[in-house]
Design a protein around this ligand. Structure first.
Ligand code: SAH
Length: 379
């Protein structure tokens, strides 16, 4: 009985990988550039439409390969223009991807894992447990399908709709390094999405060895989920801090910016009422970040059913902000976006087939809270 090899999804390959794929099939390396342009400039997934390939190459590709992104199953549109898509993966898991339009730019917030293992105490993704890493095709596929849905492939290159990408959806990208790196390369590659390295931001809780590796492998912007100024509090909020404490993390941040002309690192700081949002915390933050080219992003906590934390008061956020401002720190407070569709940081849920069964235990609590009005604000 002959076994038919499964088709290779070409969205899994970065430019080098694609060259290798063609070499393995006895084709010239420049075929890779042609194919990248078909996929990422024109949004074409049907080999039959790739007219600069010979008929025999098109037939070969159709039999051995495919170009397949996750499937969009639900679309939600916010009053403020934010759009959220639920995407279904081959194994039945679902992830969410959010597009946030602003004047002069459009930011796509993507996921890197199904669920998350880090268990940050304030994040709703954590409550779903962890199922698996996303593949490169599922990561870059979020960008590809969003570009398609937004009509970016019809618009010409001068009119980019998605100008920025942030890894601020579900998952910890640096715990899925091998699949995330090719996706980053496709985002930056001129023959693929061609985004500026300043406009691709990887957000991480701070997995130090992977951070050092990234420094060598790919030049993208970095956002660090700091959220606390002492190890004692950060251990509680971001438990991975027990493994990679603040001082070590900040040393890794310095290394990241040191050897290149890299710009500032963004430090994300979720504002939790009465926990980390007082003037003394702001002063500690200023001290901590001395000597690091830093930009601070204050994120008002986005509540979700049964969350134990509360959003800081506007007055506390203002005091905190001014403390940083007085010290000359570049600070922005993330604007609330898409609050009517739960598209906020830490609110992206998707549908995680939870291998840890943690979801079952938590489902009851969530059901109890279901009657409550969902309070959501977002970035
Ligand atoms: N694992 C990555 C990506 C997480 S999501 C990381 O840790 O950076 C992106 C940002 O949203 C992180 O800074 C995360 O801490 C923050 N976040 C998570 N839940 C939140 C919530 N409920 N309200 C506000 N921000 C939240």
């Amino acid at each position: 009985m002959s076994v038919i090899a499964p088709k290779q999804n070409l969205l899994n390959f970065d430019p080098n990988g694609l060259q290798q794929f063609f070499a393995d099939h006895g084709e010239k390396p420049f075929r890779s550039t042609q194919l990248l342009k078909w996929i990422y400039h024109r949004g074409i997934s049907d080999f039959a439409a790739m007219t600069d390939f010979s008929k025999s190459l098109r037939t070969l590709l159709s039999s051995r390969a495919e170009i397949r992104a996750p499937e969009m199953v639900v679309e939600q549109n916010s009053n403020d223009g934010t759009r959220k898509w639920l995407l279904r993966l081959d194994d039945g898991n679902c992830i969410e991807t959010v597009f946030i339009p602003e004047s002069g730019r459009g930011t796509l917030c993507i996921s890197s894992q199904v669920g998350c293992i880090l268990n940050c105490s304030f994040c709703s993704t954590a409550k779903q447990g962890f199922n698996r890493n996303l593949t490169t095709s599922e990561i870059i596929g979020q960008l590809w399908i969003a570009a398609k849905l937004l009509g970016q492939f019809e618009a010409n290159q001068q009119h980019r709709i998605i100008t920025n990408v942030v890894f601020m959806g579900m998952g910890e990208p640096l715990l899925n390094y091998d699949q995330v790196l090719p996706a980053l390369r496709l985002m930056l590659e001129d023959n693929a999405f061609g985004l500026s390295k300043r406009r691709v931001t990887l957000s991480t809780a701070g997995i130090i060895p992977a951070l050092d590796k990234l420094r060598e492998d790919c030049d993208v912007s970095l956002a660090i989920s700091l959220h606390a100024t002492t190890d004692e509090l950060r251990n509680e909020l971001v438990p991975v801090n027990k493994k990679y404490p603040i001082a070590d993390l900040l040393a890794a941040c310095k290394r990241y910016v040191d050897d290149t002309a890299r710009k500032k690192i963004t430090f994300e700081y979720v504002m939790l009422r009465g926990i980390n949002d007082q003037a003394k915390h702001a002063k500690e933050l200023v001290k901590l970040l001395q000597g690091i080219p830093a930009k601070i992003n204050l994120i008002p906590f986005n509540p979700y059913p049964n969350s134990v934390y509360k959003t800081s008061t506007q007055a506390d956020i203002d005091v905190f902000y001014h403390e940083l401002y007085r010290a000359g720190m570049t600070t922005i407070t993330r604007r609330t976006r898409g609050e009517d569709i739960d598209a906020a940081c830490g609110q992206l849920a998707g549908k995680v087939l939870d291998r840890t069964q943690r979801r079952e235990r938590i489902k009851k609590q969530l059901n109890d809270a279901n009657g409550e009005k969902k309070a959501g604000n977002s970035n």
